[in-house]
Design a protein around this ligand. Sequence first.
Ligand code: PMP
Ligand code: GLU
Length: 394
Amino acid sequence: MLSNRAANITPSITLGISAKVKELKNKGVAIIDLSIGEPDFLTPDKVKEEGKAAIDKNLTKYDAASGNIVLRQAICEKLKKENALDYQADQIVVSSGAKHAITNALLATINPGDEVLIPVPYWVSYPEMVSLCGGVPVLVQTKKEAGFKVTLEDITPHLSDRTKMIILTNPSNPTGNVFSKKELQSLCGALVEKNILILADEIYERVIYDEPFTSIPSLSEEIYDKTILINGLSKSASMTGWRLGYSATNKKLAKAMGSIQSHLTSHPSTITQAAAIVALRACDDEINHMIHTYKERRDYIENFFKQWGKLDIIPPKGAFYVFIDISPLRAKLKDESLSLKVCEDMIEKYKVAFIPGIGFGQDDFIRLSYAAAMEDIKEGLVRFKTYVDQVLED
Ligand code: PMP
Ligand code: GLU
C-alpha cells in the first residue's frame, strides 16, 4: 500500500517529543519542557488584531499563488533594511512555513539522485525532506573543536559529480552557533565556484546576541545568484502556528517555485498573510524584547555550565538552543543510543524534556531549548545536574 517514499519516512523527533510532553501535561504530569524550538512569547497583539481585522474585512478568498503582493513587497523592504539585500516582489514566494519554502526549493532544483550536502549536526527535517524530493542526503560530519561550523575541509571528501546543493543553517539549530562574515565569505565563495547551490536557512537570523548577522546572498553577486534564501515569521515574531515562511531567489527559480506551489498548496492563509505584513513592518519593539529576554537566558545557562564545570556546551551565539556534550556519561551508560537514554531518564525520572542529539545526527549531545520561562530553565538545569552528578558518581 505504501510508496517506498512513505515506507522509509520517520516522523519528526522534535514534534514527536513535543506531542509526548503535551500528552503528559494533559494527564496532569508537571513536565518542564526544554525540548521544542518554539518561542514561549505570545504573538504580538498588533499582529493578532490584524488577523481578526482581515476576517472582518472579508480577506477570505484566493489570492496570488506565490503570496499577497503587499506582503511580498513588505518582505523585500525587510530584506533591504535589515540584510542589505535587493530583491523584487517577483523573487519572493510566500509559503506555509519555512518547511514549505524549503520543500519548494528542493522540488525546483533536485533531480532524482542529485546529492545534497547536509552538515552534521543538522536540523532534523533536512535529510527526510531531501529524500522525499528524490535527492540523496550526503551527511558531512563537522568538528566539535570548530563549534560544529562546517568548513571546506569537511566538505571536500564528499564532493561528487552529483553534488547539487548544500544546506547551511545560520544561526544553527541545534548548536546555536553563528558563522562570521569572513567564514561565510571563504566557504560560500568556494562552493559557488564549484557550481553548488546554497540553501541558506536563516530562520533564526533575528535571534542573534554578540556579533552582527551576515545574510549569505549579501556576500557577492555570484553567491546571490546561486542562493535560495529561506526565512519566516515562526521564530522572529513568535508565529509558529500561523504558518508563514518565504523564499528569496533569482527570478527563474522563484517562478519555478511559485508554479510548484500553485499546484500543491497555493498561498498560505490570507488571514495569516495580512497579519504578517504588520509583523514585518510594525513589531520591532516586540521582537527586540524577545531577543533581549533570550539573551538573558543564554547568559544564565552559559554561566551555569561554566560554574558546574563537568559538561561542555557549544557557546551559543544565536537561536535559542544549547547543545550539551554528554559524552562523559558514555563510560557509565552502555545503551545503544546515549542521547536517547539520557533524554528518556530525564523525562521519566526528572520530568524535564530535552531533544536527544541522535535526532540531529550527533548522539553525544542533547539539545536544550531556552524558549521557555527562566524559572523552568533554572529548575530544569538543577535537575539535569543532579542526574548527571549521580550517573558520574555511580
Ligand atoms: N528551519 C529550521 C532550522 C527550523 O528550526 C525550523 C523549525 N521551526 C524550520 C526551518 C521550520 O520553520 P516553520 O515553522 O516556519 O516551518
Ligand atoms: N524547528 C523547531 C525545533 O527544532 C520546531 C519543531 C520542528 O518544526 O521540527 O524544535
